[in-house]
Ligand binder design. Structure first.
Ligand SMILES: [Zn+2]
Length: 220
């Protein structure tokens, strides 16, 4: 039996669900990546580069240390492994990360439009609004630095300029669910912007209370 089988399977379950929902782009494939931290070790399980997600088996998932060495697995890890590790270094509370090319967040990524807090449930799940991470090329050190800087705001969802989205969570289930929350809010916000009418945001006090409530619930 392979090492870290539980974490590897959780990455596959998340990746295949996200693929089935169209969050990895229109094609069946690998437009995005998923990782989870392993216990208290400085290790993550992450999707491989260039393997169709619908066919993944636990052995295909790469186990990588915080210096980007592959500890277990025969495939090359995702090209965005450095970005995932940068987030884990910056945020102790984050235990899982999903990067997608989901459609409505991608629309906002090319008009450079952050999403303000608009609904109670989504604000609680995402820990506030959704900021835009400035553009840098996929797999670049600049992108790792841009992402690591923006995620220190403590929120759980981000738009990546001219690229896609990034969702975080205290568990892989939460990070995966946050992808759906982000897409819902991006979808609604895009259509609301298109009306040209004034958009009402949640009052500041309500946002602060919702963020506090979500932290109390997490026990952070
Ligand atoms: Zn990408």
């Amino acid at each position: 039996m392979e090492q870290y089988s539980e974490e590897r399977q959780s990455v596959i379950d998340s990746a295949q669900w996200l693929l089935s929902q169209g969050y990895f782009g229109p094609e069946l494939g690998t437009a995005g990546n998923v990782s989870v931290r392993i216990g208290d070790e400085k290790l993550i399980a992450i999707t491989p580069s260039g393997c169709p997600y619908q066919n993944l088996v636990p052995d295909d998932i790469c186990i990588v240390d915080f210096d980007q060495n592959v500890v277990s697995g025969t495939h090359r890890p995702s090209v965005e492994t450095g970005m995932h590790l940068g987030v884990y270094e910056a945020r102790e509370d984050v235990r899982a990360i999903v990067h997608t090319h989901q459609p409505f967040a991608s629309i906002l990524s090319i008009i450079n439009e952050p999403i303000p807090p608009l609904f109670d449930d989504i604000t609680m799940a995402l820990g506030g609004g959704v900021e835009v991470v400035p553009y840098a090329m996929s797999g670049s050190v600049d992108l790792v630095q841009n992402v690591a800087k923006v995620v220190t705001n403590g929120c759980n969802a981000f738009i990546m300029q001219n690229h896609g989205a990034l969702c975080l969570g205290a568990t892989i289930e939460k990070a995966t669910k946050n992808v759906a929350f982000l897409e819902k809010i991006a979808h609604v916000y895009y259509h609301a912007l298109a009306t040209g009418k004034k958009i009402t945001q949640l009052p500041k006090e309500a946002v602060e209370m919702l963020i506090q409530l979500s932290k109390d619930k997490e026990g952070i």
